[in-house]
Design a binder for this molecule. Structure first.
Ligand SMILES: Nc1ncnc2c1ncn2[C@@H]1O[C@H](COP(=O)(O)OP(=O)(O)OP(=O)(O)O)[C@@H](O)[C@H]1O
Ligand SMILES: [Mg+2]
Length: 269
């Protein structure tokens, strides 16, 4: 049976209220999990298995604390390593809850903790051990990563967004499709409307409208997301990427995972 590699991130903006500390939206995760399961089952029935790598953002778990402790810069002059301890504890709790909600939706992802397998140098993810991720994929399992604090050779530690980890992962695994679930209907242009398609030739027109996050966010919001996705697409390390807002029934997420639609913004090289 042939297969397609698909990466799906359920963004922190979708699964939490980023303005309210530690506010996880369980029902949204359950519905999304159910539709991911359905998409995988449907693909398998058609003889084209989906190898899914799942990611979740930190939302109001990681970002608020990361901001408080200046954790992108690593060891703090006053707080020392406290940022690392607090953010790790918070992400571990979030991740456990996330998995429990996935189970309720019939999806059984397995966390590969970024802190244990990734390393940065001066803020950039330089190393990602993909052995366990590949081993899970080969056996039909769903590896799960998330935005996290990771070791940094210069700073002691730093923050790695799901997108930065995806970039490192893509050096070893080529994704046919990337789907990013956000709280906006994809990428919005100057007029506030969804830009249906962004590619090399029209990116400049829209660039000014794509900014950081309106909420506490230490990893660059929509702008950095689009930049990172373009770097992957341009380098041929991903086929296409879609940023979307998940519908209440997550039907559009199902379609995006299968590569048959989904709305929002499609990014192509
Ligand atoms: N042109 C734009 N279109 C859409 N969103 C934009 C745009 N410019 C800035 N944004 C902001 O980017 C946010 C999405 O990025 P953000 O990093 O907050 O979400 P996320 O990646 O889902 O969360 P997390 O980083 O916690 O996983 C939107 O909620 C919006 O505030
Ligand atoms: Mg983000």
């Amino acid at each position: 049976m042939s297969h397609a590699n698909v990466f799906v991130k359920l963004g922190g903006s979708f699964i939490t209220d980023k303005a309210v500390a530690e506010s996880l939206n369980g029902p949204r995760i359950i519905v999304a999990a159910r539709m991911l399961r359905k998409a995988m089952d449907q693909a398998a029935r058609r003889g084209r298995r989906i190898q899914l790598v799942l990611g979740h953002g930190a939302g109001s778990y990681g970002h608020i604390q990361a901001k408080k402790y200046g954790a992108v810069a690593g060891v703090h002059p006053r707080h020392g390593w406290e940022g690392l301890h607090r953010i790790r504890e918070s992400m571990a709790r979030m991740n456990l809850l996330f998995i429990q909600y996935c189970h309720k939706g019939g999806l059984y992802p397995v966390t590969v903790s970024p802190f244990a397998v990734a390393a940065a140098a001066d803020g950039f993810v330089r190393r990602l051990d993909v052995h366990n991720i590949k081993a899970l994929l080969d056996r039909g399992q769903i590896p799960l990563i998330h935005g996290d604090v990771i070791p940094d050779a210069k700073r002691g530690f730093t923050i790695a967004s799901t997108e930065a980890l995806l970039e490192a992962l893509s050096r070893r695994i080529r994704f046919d499709r990337i789907v990013m679930v956000s709280d906006t209907d994809g990428v919005l242009g100057h007029d506030g409307r969804t830009i249906p398609l962004i590619h090399r030739r029209n990116i400049k027109t829209h660039a000014g409208a794509i900014r950081g996050s309106g909420a506490p966010d230490v990893t660059g919001g929509m702008r950095r997301k689009v930049e990172k996705l373009f770097a992957l697409l341009g380098g041929g390390r991903a086929g296409s990427a879609r940023i979307l807002r998940c519908a209440k029934d997550a039907q559009n997420l199902y379609e995006a995972v299968l590569g048959i639609g989904g709305g929002g913004t499609l990014l192509k090289p």
